[in-house]
Design a protein around this ligand. Structure first.
Ligand code: 5GP
Ligand code: MN
Ligand code: MN
Length: 474
């Protein structure tokens, strides 16, 4: 339905505003991505733009596809007084995100030991559906972790204070309240801290294949052939249970709050309401859980490297989540305004000079970490100044799926994929070789195309291309 689109700029399109939309909806895409976009994703954008107190534009990123309620790859900002917060707008894996570590090693350092390292990472970082780890949290520790995030984990000697400067919000989401999280959610988390989970979560050893912007790369501490480690996972069973607990409450109370839900999957509550506040605080605890989880995994990864490559010095480049609702300030019609920004499968991408950034990144913008697939490139981008106005300082978070999990399982064989990747020098470790089919590189969009759209639209800048060496898959 291209006649319903207006071209706003390079790789930026506005869809026609129809009733009951309260604001504009913008798609970041080139023509090919635009043509491949399914109707459900577009109608989900329209639903978000129809919610009360929405501040436009509602955006979808070039890696977007349909999701539960909100599209994945969607950004929706809301006024604190009149707006809503949506459990579906944050997603089931609260604060799923990626962190990347530099190692101080070059590609050749891995040659003799990559098999050994792969075995050690696979053995020491638990992965798979519902799989737990060695650490069992007491009730007190659970609550401290849910309040303190990565900062709590560092206090427990799982990392260094310097790590925290390189985490969004310095590693702790302040508006968290563990008492708003159900017993069941906490129960599911008791032994899951420091675990990857399943599906598209990964622990990847990569090398920097190409640098596109020398100065920024230098500020980020990366150079050609440098070995990096990227960790993609979220809040495990706890975040999932928070979403499961709050979604029906939001559906049930919508009428009471005078909200006409365009679709029940998009359930939400006024930010100011008691339910909205409870969810916000529970979600905050979920965010802290994900930050602590990635911090503990980092600690385990550091131990593996210390054993096998004692020369390695694993430093956090950056940790950024892509399933959150964050309180942020934006210039709207000439005035600074506080907004609650949902990013679901979208990455915060602050431009240069943002007060939030550590001083060494101020000139360059925030590192934006993009996964591709276990067989293709991944990227490091940087946030731009223009993205504040274009996309509420947001960018894409990956390549994005083109094929459903079911279809991928039918189309590919896990063992074949593993063999083929091995031939290309990529070591794949997974508890579920069959499940690898779901994650076949061909089940994802072309990551090059996606990040080129992000750059051409002006919402981020391409800094470096990474290639996988070892991938531990959930
Ligand atoms: P999501 O957060 O939506 O679950 O996934 C984020 C992105 O990670 C996906 O869109 C995909 O492009 C990317 N991805 C999935 N599996 C892998 C993997 O094994 N390695 C890398 N580097 N990226 C992956
Ligand atoms: Mn994710
Ligand atoms: Mn996830």
């Amino acid at each position: 339905n291209l006649e319903l689109l207006t071209k706003l700029g390079s790789c930026r399109w506005k869809i026609k505003r129809i009733s009951p939309m309260n604001t504009d909806a913008v798609i970041f895409a080139d023509e090919k991505i635009l043509h491949a976009l399914d109707d459900k994703t577009v109608s989900q954008m329209r639903d978000v733009a129809s919610l009360p107190g929405v501040v436009g534009p509602v955006c979808i990123m070039p890696d977007a596809h349909s999701g539960y309620g909100f599209p994945i790859g969607g950004v929706g900002a809301f006024d604190p007084e009149k707006g809503v917060i949506s459990a579906g707008g944050v997603g089931f894996d609260i604060s799923c995100g990626v962190r990347t570590l530099t190692t101080g090693l070059k590609k050749h350092h891995l040659k003799e030991v990559s098999e050994k390292l792969a075995d050690s990472l696979f053995k020491n970082i638990p992965s798979g559906t519902g799989v737990g780890g060695k650490l069992k949290l007491t009730n007190n520790q659970m609550d401290e972790m849910l309040s303190g995030g990565a900062s709590w984990a560092v206090g427990q000697k799982m990392g260094f204070p310097d790590d925290l400067r390189r985490i969004e919000n310095n590693g702790v989401f302040r508006q968290a309240d563990p008492s708003k999280v159900s017993k069941k959610a906490k129960q599911r988390m008791i032994d899951q801290l420091g675990t990857l989970g399943s599906g598209n979560h990964y622990l990847e050893v990569q090398y920097v294949e190409k640098i596109f912007d020398e100065q920024t790369a230098k500020a980020f501490g990366i150079a050609e052939n440098e070995i990096l480690v990227s960790i993609h996972c979220g809040s495990r069973g706890l975040g999932h249970q928070i979403a499961t607990d709050y979604l029906p409450l939001m559906v049930k109370s919508a009428a009471k709050y005078g909200i006409k839900l365009p679709n029940k999957d998009i359930a939400c509550a006024p930010i100011k309401s008691s339910l909205g506040q409870d969810y916000l605080k529970a979600m905050g605890a979920g965010i802290n859980c994900a930050l602590a989880n990635r911090q503990r995994i980092t600690h385990l990864v550091r131990n593996c490297f210390a054993d096998i490559l004692p020369k390695a010095d694993l430093k956090l480049l950056y940790d950024v989540s892509h399933n959150t609702c964050n309180r942020e300030e934006f210039l709207i019609n000439g005035h600074m305004k506080t907004l609650y920004v949902h990013r679901k499968g979208a990455t915060r991408a602050l431009g240069p000079n943002s007060p939030e950034l550590p001083h060494e990144f101020k000139k360059y913008g925030q590192p934006v970490i993009i996964g591709g697939s276990m067989g293709t490139s991944s990227y490091i981008l940087a946030g731009t100044t223009a993205s504040a106005e274009l996309s509420f300082s947001s960018s894409c978070h990956g390549a994005g799926r083109v094929m459903s999990r079911t279809k991928a399982l039918k189309s590919f064989k896990g063992k074949n994929i593993q063999d083929r990747l091995n031939l290309n020098g990529i070591i794949i470790k997974s508890g579920s070789i069959r499940g690898l089919a779901e994650e076949a590189p061909k089940a994802y969009k072309d990551v090059e195309r996606v990040i080129n759209v992000a750059e051409q639209a002006g919402i981020s800048k391409i800094i470096a291309r990474l290639k996988p060496i070892i991938c531990v898959k959930g």
